[in-house]
Design a protein around this ligand. Structure first.
Ligand code: ATP
Length: 361
């Protein structure tokens, strides 16, 4: 049983020499993670993901606010009783320890070294490779991906309640990475472990998470399952951050109660806005169809980019003076320079206040 609660947590980094301005990395953060939940912290570089993970692990102290494990303040729980398995981006392995010693450390301290092989086996299943052969080696004899496997084995070889993973599969081959995510998900469900997983990769987030917490500049901007965030974002930030290819965003101004995108035409707003206010409309590339001549807005194809694995082609088109992304089926053939007619699914359009970025619903 392991729940995590963050109440009004803030963290500022101060430069000891006082030459640099303090960085407010985490701002008044509130989050509750249920027992056995897999939560992904997703956000751009520098948004505070790693800082948050370090605070939850107890490696750093918040300046304000409190962190609770099962409603008990983290500071009141001894480190050895926290039940945390951690894998960080740089997987800090002790240079003069063989992998076997690293992986077995926790269990050896408790005279339970005989349990180590079973844990190593578990990790071999997750990463899809034989890690037994790595057990006799020192970190300097391991590749980046191999170090990562050893640090994952170390995370599992203990009495585990909470896994804290910071981009754990970044150094695995693409094939193993996809498999590792699936296996990880299966294992956390099987063992009822709570998982907090940091990434800036939305595909990774989608495949691991029950819930994604999107962070920007040290704050939660929205949280929920991937599809809900993708289809129903609260802000332009979330709309642009989730979804591949990226949503098209066009500026317009309200006139006579409607969104007026000049050459793009006019559209009804979901809620009345004062005339003259700036509004951005977002249309996902999959919500634009290529129609027959005269059936849509004419545009010139600039680039044709096939995505074989994802089974679509991305067209980058010039529509008057703006560049759009349009997603078409892989089997449709287009050439750069060709004129096409774009039909916009206005019903699927999302509207945002241009100043705040907030969704207009
Ligand atoms: P990335 O995806 O690039 O790893 P992140 O979202 O994990 O980024 P953090 O590493 O948590 O971001 O950093 C959040 C902010 O705090 C950044 O502006 C970073 O420069 C700053 N920061 C992090 N650690 C320190 C530190 N020890 N001293 C000063 N500033 C720091």
């Amino acid at each position: 049983m392991r729940t995590i609660t963050l109440k009004n947590v803030s963290k500022t980094f101060y430069d000891k020499s006082r030459k640099l301005t303090p960085v407010l990395a985490i701002k008044d953060f509130n989050l509750h993670i249920a027992d056995g939940e897999a939560v992904v912290l997703l956000g751009p570089s520098g948004c505070g993901k790693t800082t948050l993970l370090r605070l939850i692990a107890g490696l750093d102290q918040p300046d304000k606010g409190e962190i609770f494990y099962n409603n008990i303040p983290l500071d009141d729980i001894a480190i050895e009783d926290r039940g945390i398995g951690m894998v960080f981006q740089n997987y800090v392995l002790i240079p003069h320890w063989e992998s076997r010693k690293t992986v077995g450390f926790f269990l050896r301290l408790r005279d339970r070294e005989e349990e180590v092989p079973a844990h190593v086996n578990t990790v071999a299943n997750i990463t899809g490779v034989d890690i037994e052969s790595l057990m006799g080696r020192f970190p300097r004899h391991l590749s980046g991906g191999e170090k990562q496997r050893v640090s994952i084995a170390r995370a599992f070889a203990r009495d585990l309640e909470l896994l804290l993973f910071d981009e754990p599969f970044a150094n695995l081959d693409a094939k193993f990475r996809a498999q590792a995510r699936v296996e990880l998900k299966r294992l956390i469900q099987e063992f009822n472990v709570t998982l907090i997983y940091v990434t800036h990769d939305q595909v990774e987030a989608m495949s691991v998470a029950d819930r994604i917490v999107v962070i920007n500049a040290g704050r939660i901007v929205q949280s929920g399952p991937y599809q809900a965030l993708h289809d129903d974002p609260d802000s332009l930030f979330v709309a642009e951050f989730l979804g591949t290819p990226t949503i098209n965003a066009f500026w317009g101004r309200v006139s006579d109660g409607e969104w007026d995108g000049s050459y793009m035409g006019r559209a009804a707003l979901p809620r009345p806005r004062p005339n003259g206010s700036d509004v951005i409309v977002g249309i996902r590339p999959e919500h634009i169809k290529i129609g027959s001549a005269g059936s849509g807005i004419p545009a010139t194809i600039d680039r044709v980019i096939p995505f074989y694995a994802e089974k679509y082609t991305l067209l980058e088109v010039w529509l008057r003076k703006r560049r759009w992304r349009v997603q078409v089926p892989l089997d449709e053939r287009y050439e750069p320079g060709e004129t096409v007619h774009c039909q916009l699914a206005w019903k699927r359009a999302l509207f945002f206040d241009a100043d705040s970025g907030d969704r207009i619903r």
